[in-house]
Design a protein around this ligand. Structure first.
Ligand code: SF4
Length: 337
C-alpha cells in the first residue's frame, strides 16, 4: 500500500481521485470504481502497490504489438483492478477483484522487477498488462522510471481511459502503447464498459502527438460493435488522426463473464479486414488462427516481410533497420527493432 497520486481532499473527509475520467468522489473507508484506490480518512492509497498477480516473459506479439521489436520477448507484469467494467472482460478474475479478495498475489519492489527483466538476454523491456495498468499507476511509474535508466523499454497495454496530467507524466518513461479501442460509439462504452469513448480518443491523439509507438486493438463483438458503417468511421478516424501506418488488430470475441453473444464469425473478421485495409497499411486478425491477416506484407512491393504462426515470428524479408529487403520501404519504425 502506498499514498496515491492525483487526489484532492473534499468536504466531510471525502476524497476526489483525478487519475482517470471517472474522477471518483470517495467516502471514508470506501474505494473508487477501480476497487484498488481507497480513502483511509486521511489520504487516498493505492492498495495494489507492489502487488503482483502475474509475472512472466511473453512474446511481444501477445500484447499484441506486431511492429515493435518483432520476435522478441518482454517481461510482462500485472496486478488487480480496472477502471472499466467491461461485460466481456477476459480477465475478470483479476480486473474485477479487490486486493483482499484475490488469493494469488506476490509482493515485489520495483528494483526486484527490473532485476528480473535484466536477467533474460533476449528480453528488451517491461510490459504492464493483464489487468488495467492505469489503476496500478504509482507502482508502474516507479518501475518504468527505473527501467528507463537500465535502457529497458516500457510498454503499456491499456484501455486509454486516463486523465491528461497523469498521462503526460507517464509518457516521460513509456515507449509504446497497445490501446484497446473497444468501439466507436459512446453507447457501447457506456452500456458495456461503464465508461465513455471521448477520453480514449483524446489519449490516442495525445500519444500520437508525443510520437509514441501505438498499436490499436478492436475486439469485434456480434451485434454490439459490428456495424460496418460505424467500423468504417472508426478506421477513417484512425487513418486521419493517428496515421495510416498505425497497426490495427481485429480481435475475435468469445463469450465470457457477463456477455453471452456467440463468438465472432470468421466472415465478419475477414470483411472488416478488407474494409480496414482500404484505409490502413497494417491490419491483422487476432485471437484465432486464420490464413489471412497474420503476416506483414510490404505495402509498396507486396513482399512477405514478417511471417507469423501463432506467437512464432519469422523475419522473412526484413533488414536490420526494419526495411523491406526487396524495395527498401520502411516497415518497422526506427528505434523499434
Ligand atoms: S483511478 Fe479508480 S478511484 Fe481514481 S477516478 Fe479512476 S476509477 Fe475512480
Amino acid at each position: 500500500m502506498k499514498t496515491a497520486r492525483f487526489f484532492k481532499k473534499e468536504e466531510n473527509d471525502k476524497i476526489r481521485c483525478h487519475l482517470c475520467p471517472h474522477n471518483c468522489k470517495i467516502d471514508i473507508d470506501k474505494r473508487g470504481i477501480c476497487r484498488v484506490r481507497k480513502n483511509t480518512g486521511n489520504e487516498l492509497v493505492s492498495e495494489n502497490y507492489g502487488k503482483v498477480c502475474s509475472i512472466r516473459f511473453d512474446p511481444i506479439e501477445k500484447k499484441p504489438l506486431y511492429h515493435y521489436f518483432p520476435g522478441k520477448i518482454i517481461l510482462s507484469v500485472g496486478s488487480i483492478g480496472c477502471n472499466l467494467r467491461c461485460k466481456f472482460c477476459q480477465n475478470f478474475e483479476i480486473s474485477q477483484s479487490t486486493v483482499d479478495d484475490y488469493p494469488f498475489i506476490s509482493e515485489y519492489t520495483p528494483q526486484e522487477i527490473v532485476k528480473i527483466a535484466l536477467k533474460e538476454a533476449n528480453n528488451f523491456g517491461i510490459s504492464y498488462t493483464y489487468n488495467e495498468p492505469i489503476v496500478w499507476y504509482e507502482f508502474m511509474y516507479d518501475i518504468a522510471k527505473l527501467a528507463q535508466t537500465e535502457k529497458l523499454k516500457n510498454v503499456m497495454v491499456t484501455n486509454g481511459f486516463i486523465n491528461r496530467e497523469p498521462l503526460e507524466e507517464l509518457c516521460r518513461f513509456m515507449d509504446a502503447f497497445s490501446v484497446d479501442l473497444k468501439a466507436f460509439t459512446d453507447r457501447f462504452y457506456k452500456q458495456l464498459t461503464s465508461s465513455s469513448l471521448e477520453p480514449v480518443l483524446e489519449t490516442l491523439k495525445y500519444l500520437k502527438s508525443q510520437h509514441k509507438h501505438i498499436e490499436i486493438t478492436n475486439l469485434v463483438i456480434p451485434e454490439e460493435n459490428d456495424d460496418e458503417d460505424v467500423f468504417l468511421e472508426m478506421v477513417k478516424w484512425i487513418a486521419s488522426e493517428i496515421g495510416i501506418n498505425t497497426v490495427l488488430h481485429l480481435s475475435r470475441y468469445y463469450p465470457t463473464y457477463k456477455l453471452n453473444r456467440p463468438s465472432t464469425p470468421l466472415s465478419t473478421l475477414l470483411k472488416f479486414l478488407d474494409i480496414a485495409q482500404q484505409h490502413l497499411n497494417y491490419v491483422f486478425i487476432g485471437n484465432m488462427r486464420t490464413e489471412k491477416g497474420q503476416n506483414t506484407y510490404c505495402r509498396k512491393c507486396g513482399e512477405l516481410v514478417i511471417g507469423r504462426h501463432g506467437y512464432s515470428t519469422i523475419r522473412e524479408r526484413l533488414d536490420e533497420q526494419g526495411n523491406c529487403v526487396n524495395c527498401g520501404n520502411n516497415i518497422i519504425p526506427r528505434g523499434s527493432i
